[in-house]
Design a protein around this ligand. Structure first.
Ligand code: G1P
Length: 279
């Protein structure tokens, strides 16, 4: 059974300063919905309705977003404006939310390890909400695609996409043996290599399904790239000891941690979702 999804949301969002000085980057809206809500909706669609946040200082707005705002509810009750709350109410009514704080910023691996008590001893999804993933037309979301693969193979799964040129240096990079179309068994993994040292152009994007043995591995993982505890390093160990799959997902990913990706995502959502009349 897999029903938990971990959201590491403690990061500072420095690429979006000054907007993120006093506001969490995960609350930046793509059109009229904050990034983190897209992530939670994707998790819920995949059946992951126990949402666990690894949060940090200055991130209270995220907790408030997934809670009732009594004054607002009271003000707009019975008016035509209630429809604007439909999507967030749906998420709130169908998910549970728990929060823990990452006190020090020691990398993605450390953030995941901080979520250990919330997750417990079961497989779980991870969504990095500044990677906004849009499903293919009429297709399932990326996390739902990954859950399907997990149910078949019962091991950790990372989402990948091919990237061009120097961009590879911004990602964890995987190498692997092709099992079938779009699915690889990981043989190597490197966090943010120089282009010349990148084993392939297959980049990890911010969607993972992890089996709980990852926690013991993370505890023993020394700081890697940038002096941080890297999930990529722990996943390589997991791949060497057992198996990890890389999955070339269907859909489009926008790097909403960068201004360019954020603008592209905004255009896409405005044209394809916001302006589309509801069926
Ligand atoms: C993290 C991971 C990296 C992955 C990326 C996807 O890096 O460490 O392996 O490719 O997310 O967005 P970050 O972008 O948080 O530095």
């Amino acid at each position: 059974m897999i029903n938990k999804c971990l959201f590491p949301v403690a990061g500072y969002g420095t690429r979006f300063l000054p907007a993120t000085k006093s506001m969490p980057k995960e609350m930046l809206p793509i059109v009229n919905k904050p990034l983190v809500q897209y992530g939670v909706e994707e998790a819920l669609e995949a059946g992951l309705d126990e949402v666990c946040f690894v949060t940090g200082r200055g991130k209270r707005a995220i907790e408030d977003h997934f809670d009732v705002n009594y004054e607002l509810e009271h003000q707009i009750a019975g008016t035509g404006k209630e429809k604007y709350l439909e999507s967030i109410r749906h998420v709130m009514d169908n998910c549970s939310f728990s929060f823990t704080r990452q006190r020090e910023m020691k990398g993605l691996g450390h953030a995941i390890l901080t979520g250990r008590r919330l997750v417990g001893d079961q497989p779980f999804g991870v969504i990095l909400s500044d990677d906004l993933c849009m499903p293919p037309e009429d297709g399932a979301g990326v996390m739902a695609q990954m859950v399907k693969i997990f149910k078949q193979f019962r091991c950790s799964v990372v989402a990948i996409q091919e990237v061009e040129g120097d961009d590879i240096e911004k990602f964890g990079v995987v190498d692997g043996e092709k099992l079938k179309e779009g699915i690889y068994r990981v043989t190597n993994m490197v966090e943010k290599p120089k282009k010349a040292e990148a084993p392939t152009n297959m980049a990890i994007i911010g969607r993972y399904i992890l089996t709980p043995d990852i926690f013991d591995i993370l505890e023993k993982t020394p700081p890697g790239k940038g002096g941080e505890i890297q999930l990529t390093d722990a996943l390589l160990k997991q791949a060497q000891d057992g198996a990890v799959l890389a999955y070339r997902f269907k859909g489009t990913r926008y790097d909403c941690g960068s201004v360019e990706g954020f603008i592209d995502a905004t255009h896409y959502v405005y044209e394809h979702i916001y302006r589309q009349p509801k069926a």
